[in-house]
Ligand binder design. Structure first.
Ligand code: NAD
Length: 255
């Protein structure tokens, strides 16, 4: 570990779910740039180009996850040190707006997806001297956002899962943390804006609601994930690191 550049991942093997787009892709690229060998599990791995190892898998399907993790470990040379549970989907509306099928779907991807992938990866992570899991949570886990009942509940569960897993695996030398992004400039948010009546006005309003006057970038969230995954964070476990431009911590600006 260098004192001037503490986030080095040379020789480590990493797996990123949802790593073909947005935050996951920025993370996979940064981990690779910092020296890790990186496999990506994604429904559509076409966005994960070399040196990333793209593998098609669906985190809502247990057999697909087990096969995908086994294939990733195989292609990474039989080892795994870092798991980034990042794949997730959104849902808009109040508790009255989403039916049971939508609740089951979002919880299946966002919560069970992380549990399944962790279950498949833990036997490999136990053999690592630098084992780390980082989950992509959200400020929605604790912020009380309007029109995000189902999504917030799913991310609240991700936060609780992170803390419980950190406790369960601390004596095995496996650290478990999460990042809580604010609204991040990714294809996901692009899709939401594209569906608005006036995407440009909606984007300007979204920027104006942020304390910094702009959205968080995917690269900024990736940097936090890379830190938590790295040996530089060897004493950090059971934490949620907010990368939200001050959204949770700061008071609203006076009008
Ligand atoms: P994105 O849509 O750009 O990327 C998500 C990736 O996950 C895609 O490549 C997609 O194919 C993959 N994926 C979706 N369902 C999958 C499944 N069942 N199995 C495997 N892969 C699957 O989204 P993003 O904005 O980069 O979001 C990534 C994570 O960040 C999510 O967990 C999301 O909840 C979280 N997050 C995003 C924001 C934001 O504002 N963008 C804010 C807070 C948290």
């Amino acid at each position: 570990m260098s004192e001037t550049d503490p986030i080095r991942l040379d020789g480590l093997k990493a797996l990123v779910t949802g790593g073909a787009s947005g935050i996951g892709h920025a993370t996979a690229c940064l981990l690779a740039a910092r020296g890790a060998d990186v496999a990506v599990l994604d429904l559509d791995p076409s966005g994960a180009r070399a040196p990333l190892l793209g593998i098609k898998a669906d985190v809502s399907d247990d057999a697909s996850v087990r096969e995908g993790v086994a294939a990733a470990v195989d292609r990474l040379g039989g080892r795994l040190d870092i798991l980034v549970n990042n794949a997730g989907i959104g849902a808009v509306g109040t508790v009255e707006d989403n039916d049971d099928a939508q609740w089951h779907r979002v919880l299946d991807v966002n919560v069970l997806g992380m549990a399944r992938t962790s279950r498949a990866a833990l036997p490999r992570l136990r053999r690592s001297a630098h084992a780390a899991i980082v989950n992509t949570c959200s400020i929605a886990a604790t912020a009380g956002l309007p029109q995000r009942a189902l999504y917030s509940a799913s991310k609240g569960a991700v936060l609780s899962l992170t803390l419980a897993m950190a406790a369960d695996h601390v004596r095995e030398g496996i650290r478990v943390n999460c990042v809580n992004p604010g609204t991040a400039d990714t294809p996901w948010v692009g899709r939401l804006l594209a569906a608005a009546d006036d995407p440009e006005a909606e984007r300007a309003a979204l920027d104006a609601r942020q304390p910094m006057g702009r959205l968080v970038t995917a690269g900024e969230v990736a940097a936090a994930i890379a830190y938590l995954a790295s040996p530089a964070a060897a004493s950090v476990t059971g934490t949620a690191l907010a990368v939200d431009g001050g959204m949770q911590g700061l008071r609203p600006r006076p009008a």
